[in-house]
Design a protein around this ligand. Structure first.
Ligand SMILES: [Zn+2]
Length: 281
């Protein structure tokens, strides 16, 4: 039988026993967000939750209820140009003008206050390590979490921020990997894209009934970033394709549940190792 790791389903005695065994709590954090017409709004959250639950099953600890909170900010002129826009549009995060529904981004200040309050309550509950586990890649979203981790860590409790994407954890800053011209070649993908092959695959693995690839056009048509709100990781670091279309290797129409399983499993393994190190186990 798989042990329950979800805090909301625990009775007080069970919660205290779980904390005594491993005093770590994982907080999955991601907004409901546009992820193309083919994916549900909770892709980032379902990913963060799966990684938190997977790590808790391996290392121990408790998973706080999935927190559908996140923020975004206005894109700079350069970012807009890299995505194939003119540069003078007002675009917040992945809320591209062609999207049919808006994303649920909180104001950055409000987001920070709410997360800080959750951290305060978790400290009071007796956790010694609080893992803020972000499924959302926005720079300002992650900067807020990094700031809270720094401000709230003390002798009794360590607050740690982590992006749940394996490729981005190489950097302690939590920022999108920066572009290295020396290493530039078409085969090298930079980080995780948005609603592209990786995220579509993880959704096909974690919530297959919620994915509908028939919402995308046939393979004969290229996917323009601006038309679909689907972007490869390279475009986010200033390396868009020539026509501002999704890079073939990152095409969501090439997604498979098997790739999703591998992607999620490797993210679980990397973070489980980090938590073990934190706990010296
Ligand atoms: Zn996402």
């Amino acid at each position: 039988m798989i042990e329950n790791v979800n805090m909301e389903r625990m009775r007080p005695k069970q919660l205290l026993a779980a904390i005594a065994k491993c005093p770590v709590v994982y907080v999955p954090l991601a907004p409901l967000e546009w992820h193309g017409p083919h994916l549900p709004l909770n892709v980032d959250a379902i990913h963060a939750t799966a990684v938190c639950e997977g790590v808790a099953q391996i290392v121990g600890g408790v998973v706080y209820p999935t927190t559908y909170l996140g923020t975004e900010t206005r894109r700079s002129r350069q970012e807009l140009k890299d995505l194939g826009f003119q540069g003078d549009e007002h675009v917040v995060g992945m809320d591209f003008p062609a999207n049919s529904v808006p994303s649920m981004y909180l104001d950055e200040g409000v987001y920070g206050i709410v997360v800080k309050e959750i951290v305060r309550l978790l400290k009071r509950t007796g956790f010694q390590v609080i893992m803020l586990m972000s499924g959302h890649g926005a720079l300002n979203h992650n900067r807020v979490l990094m700031r809270i981790a720094a401000e709230e860590s003390d002798d009794q409790c360590q607050v740690v921020y982590r992006l749940v994407f394996s490729t981005s954890n190489e950097q302690d800053t939590g920022s999108t990997p920066s572009y290295d011209a020396e290493k530039d070649d078409d085969s090298a993908a930079a980080g995780v894209g948005h609603a592209s092959r990786d995220e579509t695959s993880l959704a096909m693995y974690l919530c297959p009934d919620d994915v509908d690839l028939s919402e995308l056009p046939s393979m004969t048509r290229t996917l323009h970033y601006t038309d679909w709100g689907i972007v490869d990781g390279n475009a986010f670091v200033g390396r868009p394709t020539k026509g501002y279309v999704v890079r073939p290797d990152d095409d969501p129409r090439k997604a498979t549940p098997e790739h999703g399983f591998e992607f999620v499993s490797s993210n679980i393994k990397i973070i489980a190792d980090e938590v073990r190190q934190l706990l010296h186990r």
